[in-house]
Design a protein around this ligand. Structure first.
Ligand code: NAP
Ligand code: ZN
Ligand code: ZN
Length: 351
């Protein structure tokens, strides 16, 4: 039993996105049907996937994993939500639920294989998943998030990926209030990293490729700004930071950045460029510096992040647009021209 849903996606790798109709399962006993009449953010991972930057993408691909909508209906055993509730869906829509990683709330590392919100093979339905550039989605209630009251739904949508991806590493790598934290790349993830780190008491420095975003960085709460392409920009900053969060979507030099860490400091990579970058062991060994990665966050931590943002009034800075503008948004993201998350008004898919 399936239903036909208006969506926006790419029919082949690197193809422009266009309107299409997808099929989704009807809600089962544990499912929640979410009418995404509201919003879906555009993450740079969506762009990487359409461009096949990482590995092959299954076509057609309907991206989107920063979803906020209202519950339209639910199965008889789905008791966590009521019709009309404001809910979110992030990157994960299913996992085995019983392996050690699932039990620990790290569903993204499910030992039997996680089902991501789009371009992922769903073991139960034996179909590929389609994401949030669509009007409705059906998700098991275990993977549905509650959006705290008081958060603007359009500005809350990017929390489902950009929010959790930057919140989680801020808790993993041991720094304390008052410490120097750097955020490299001021895009969707970067601007959330600044807001969250500032709210937790860090003194934040933004690294950006030009001075274009300097005023914004200060408005977002950063104390310092570095235009990385200016000659000598990094010279006075050697050994300064306890934590550097790198959110850059394209290959760039990591060794210069490592030299900016304090001894025992950590540089965590969350940006996922398509090509590898050389690493000089010297820059790590002198000062016992650490390099780490962090992959989104599990469902319990994502809910914790949402509740934190609800309490602290933290949301994304967004540019809301219609589905027909998605291809322009992709082009702008590819040249770093994003302030600071594009969010699709999915009602425009019905037009
Ligand atoms: P975005 O909004 O497009 O921002 C990326 C920023 O990187 C740009 O705004 C730009 O900032 C900087 N940048 C771009 N090209 C650059 C270059 N050649 N050299 C230096 N800086 C450059 O992207 P996003 O949505 O925040 O995503 C960022 C990356 O994180 C992507 O690779 C995405 O796939 C990845 N991601 C990872 C996870 C995870 O779980 N780890 C989750 C979501 C996304 P400036 O203008 O300030 O220079
Ligand atoms: Zn994402
Ligand atoms: Zn599992």
């Amino acid at each position: 039993m399936s239903m036909k849903i208006p969506a926006y996606g790419a029919r082949a790798a690197k193809a422009p996105l266009a309107r299409l109709i997808i099929e989704r399962r009807k809600p089962g006993p544990h499912d929640v049907e979410i009418e995404i009449v509201l919003y879906c953010g555009i993450c740079h991972s969506d762009v990487h996937k359409v461009n096949e930057d990482w590995a092959s993408t299954h076509s057609p691909v309907v991206p989107g994993h920063e979803i906020v909508g209202r519950v339209a209906s639910h199965g008889p055993n789905a008791t966590r939500f009521r019709e009309g509730d404001l809910v979110g869906v992030g990157c994960i829509v299913d996992s085995c639920r019983s392996c050690p990683e699932c039990r620990a709330g790290h569903e993204m590392f499910c030992e039997k294989g996680v089902t991501f919100t789009f371009d992922s093979f769903d073991q139960n339905t034996k179909t590929w998943t389609y994401g949030g550039y669509s009007t409705n989605i059906v998700v098991d209630e275990r993977y549905v998030l509650r959006v705290p009251k008081g958060l603007d739904p359009a500005r809350a949508a990017p929390l489902m990926c950009a929010g959790i991806t930057t919140y989680s590493p801020l808790h993993q790598f041991g720094w304390k209030a008052g410490d120097q934290v750097a955020v490299v790349g001021l895009g969707g993830l970067g601007h959330m990293a600044v807001k969250l780190a500032v709210s937790m008491g860090a003194e934040v420095t933004v690294f950006s490729t030009s001075r274009d975003k300097e005023k914004d960085a200060s408005r977002l709460g950063a104390k310092h700004f570095v235009a990385t392409k200016e000659p000598g920009a990094l010279e006075t900053l050697q050994g300064r930071f306890s934590l550097i969060m790198d959110t850059v979507s394209a290959p760039h030099d990591l060794n210069n950045q490592l030299s900016l860490l304090r001894n025992f400091g950590t540089m965590v990579l969350v940006g996922l460029p398509p090509a590898p970058t050389p690493l000089n062991a010297n820059t790590l060994i002198h000062g016992n510096k650490r390099i780490a990665g962090s992959n989104i966050g599990g469902i319990p931590e994502t809910q914790e992040m949402l509740d934190y943002c609800g309490k602290n009034g933290i949301v994304a800075d967004v540019e809301v647009m219609n589905a027909d503008q998605i291809n322009d948004a992709y082009k702008r993201m590819e040249r770093g021209d994003v302030r600071y998350r594009f969010v699709i008004d999915t009602a425009s898919l019905r037009a």
